[in-house]
Design a protein around this ligand. Structure first.
Ligand SMILES: Nc1ncnc2c1ncn2[C@@H]1O[C@H](COP(=O)(O)OP(=O)(O)OP(=O)(O)O)[C@@H](O)[C@H]1O
Ligand SMILES: [Mg+2]
Length: 270
């Protein structure tokens, strides 16, 4: 079966800095792939290449069999209509209300009437547990609410493909779980294909059919959560342990220091 998203030998550098090097990833229809890796390893750059917002130096990305880098403006626009993108920082329009944010693409890119848009906006907001927030501005929302509005906006066009960039970073564990469930619900209800970039191992293990780990520009693992857990690669194991010691960090961490006992000396007041 042809993958919905096919990343083929993708390389991208910025000046002398090689960010992605020969990355290959295939995501099948209805599959949920989680992409993990250290900060600055190119996860967002990968998503931006898939969206056609960045051009690879070599290799390509095919979405639904169409090579993104070979499309003209209109064709690219057509493919992007199938993709819901939830940006790393929610990226809401501050001057617009919640409903205007969620309905933005519907108003712009569909012939839907005002009433139809209002219904769809309500539907999306209720999917993410944010009924009755329609008239609020982003400044009146908490961080978790903003992220959920970002989701609602990403799913408004009923996209075939969803790209989530760190949907749970900075959220409390309960809200992280709520977001994870929303992703699973979306998969079950709409049968969407998704790529979720996350640092959160617990939610990756919950939502992923497969987990990919990017390390020094390369995809060093792409396997089911069960396989990933027992992958003997030292970088995978260090990542799972969340330990500073090991090959994961480019620069070795400072040596662990013994506690400075002086700090605990009782203060004598004469
Ligand atoms: N437009 C750009 N111009 C120059 N360098 C860039 C650009 N976009 C990204 N980079 C560099 O590419 C590297 C990867 O960035 P990217 O945003 O993909 O990291 P990330 O894996 O998403 O990190 P994080 O987990 O912190 O979000 C970084 O070193 C960044 O500085
Ligand atoms: Mg990022």
């Amino acid at each position: 079966m042809e993958p919905v998203i096919d990343v083929v030998n993708l390389s991208k550098a910025f000046g002398p800095k090689v960010v992605l090097s020969n990355v290959n990833l295939q995501v099948q229809e209805g599959e949920s792939l989680c992409v993990m890796g250290g900060s600055g390893t190119g996860k967002t750059v990968l998503l931006r290449n898939i969206m056609g917002l960045l051009t690879p130096d070599s290799g390509h990305v095919a979405v639904d069999g169409k090579i993104i880098q070979q499309l003209n403006r209109d064709e690219l626009f057509e493919v992007r209509q199938k993709i819901g993108m939830c940006f790393q920082m929610a990226a809401l329009f501050d001057s617009m209300t919640v409903e205007e944010n969620v309905g933005f693409a519907l108003k712009r890119h569909t012939p839907m009437t005002k009433a139809e848009i209002a219904d769809r906006v309500d539907e999306c907001l209720s999917m993410v547990g944010l009924k009755d927030t329609n008239k609020l501005k982003p400044s009146e929302l908490s961080g978790g609410m903003k992220r959920r509005v970002g989701f609602a906006r990403a799913i408004a066009l009923k996209p075939k493909i969803l790209l989530f960039d760190e949907p749970t970073t900075g959220l409390d564990p309960v809200m992280t779980d709520v977001i994870g469930r929303i992703i699973l619900d979306l998969k079950a209800e709409l049968g969407m294909t998704s790529i979720t970039v996350t640092h959160d191992l617990k939610s990756a293990f919950e939502i992923a059919d497969r987990i990919a780990l990017i390390f020094r520009g390369e995809c060093i693992a792409c396997q089911t959560p069960g396989e990933f857990k027992v992958n003997p690669h030292p970088v995978v194991q260090q990542f799972l342990r969340g330990d500073a010691d090991g090959p994961f960090l480019q620069d070795p961490p400072p040596p662990k220091r013994a506690l400075d006992r002086a700090l605990f000396h009782p203060i004598h007041i004469d």
